[in-house]
Write a protein that binds this ligand. Structure first.
Ligand code: SAM
Length: 264
């Protein structure tokens, strides 16, 4: 009797079939961070139904601990998810099509993982710990994250807003640093990276001048075991990959949220 041909799909075939394609999510390069975009926001972090974002964690009481601000197409979240399977991570992205792409990408990866656990073939992670919201992080960050709830805050290749009159649109700005310090717990880390030297200097100057942040170098963070995070910051995002392809420089600057004693 002729042998039956094996027709089971591999996980990469399933992934290719399910994963969204960027060409179907075209959108303008920039969204105005000062417009209200007619978005609905939670009135406070306490009213957010995190179980709908992270169903597999619904009975754990966990809330997001890593936030990727301006997550773009979600490369950092996808890279970090398997490295920190018990940490919930949230991407914030202002552009509607881009945030939809990330949502669809995560949904596809979750399905692929459940197919593989049905026996098709092995896949290392189920991506239950990552999610995304369409939100203007410059206006509504504290609506999503409560005081000291985050251990890591990422600003990877933020929009440079080159012209001086546009600097107020930069996501690292003196007025927003108090919000970042509010949501980040003492000891937590702000990671910034850019290929624009002027923006790198700008972020360094403002974060260093702010009393609740202190600069921390890459070597120190690697010694503390944060090497895999740093590697992902350099290489995992779509923008970072583009810079790499074009042979551009990448400027990293990281800051630790300082603990302040009430008596000092
Ligand atoms: C240059 S892209 C970098 C994306 C991603 N971090 C990466 O490295 O590939 C900057 C992203 O930040 C988003 N963004 C800009 N301002 C924002 C805001 N106020 N709130 C949320 N997202 C914002 C933009 O829509 C864009 O996707």
């Amino acid at each position: 009797m002729a042998k039956r041909k094996r027709t089971q799909a591999t996980s990469s075939q399933i992934e290719n079939f399910l994963l969204p394609q960027k060409k179907h999510y075209r959108q303008r390069a920039h969204a105005n961070p000062f417009s209200d975009h007619s978005l609905d926001y939670p009135s406070s972090p306490g009213v957010i139904h995190w179980a709908s974002h992270y169903p597999a964690f619904h009975d754990t009481g966990k809330i997001p601990e890593f936030a990727d601000i301006g997550c773009g197409f979600g490369g950092l979240l996808i890279a970090l998810a398997p490295l920190f399977p018990d940490v919930l991570m949230l991407g914030m992205e202002i552009r509607v099509q881009v945030s939809q792409y990330v949502e669809d990408r995560i949904a596809a990866l979750r399905v692929t993982a459940s197919e593989s656990s049905a026996g098709i073939d092995a896949i290392p992670h189920d991506y239950q710990n990552v999610s995304v919201v369409r939100a203007n992080a410059m206006k509504f960050l504290p609506n999503y994250f409560s005081k000291h709830s985050l251990s890591s805050l990422f600003f990877l290749f933020p929009d440079p807003h080159f012209k001086s009159r546009k600097h107020k649109a930069r996501i690292i700005s003196p007025t927003l640093l108090a919000e970042y310090a509010f949501v980040l717990r003492p000891g937590g880390i702000v990671y910034t990276i850019t290929d624009v030297k002027d923006l790198h200097e700008w972020m360094k100057v403002h974060l260093t001048a702010f009393p609740l942040f202190e600069p921390v170098d890459e070597e120190t963070l690697r010694k503390e075991g944060k090497g895999p995070i740093i590697d992902a910051v350099y290489t995992s995002t779509e923008e970072g990959k583009k810079v790499q392809r074009n042979g551009g420089d990448k400027w990293l600057a990281c800051f630790r949220r300082v603990q302040v004693s009430r008596n000092s």
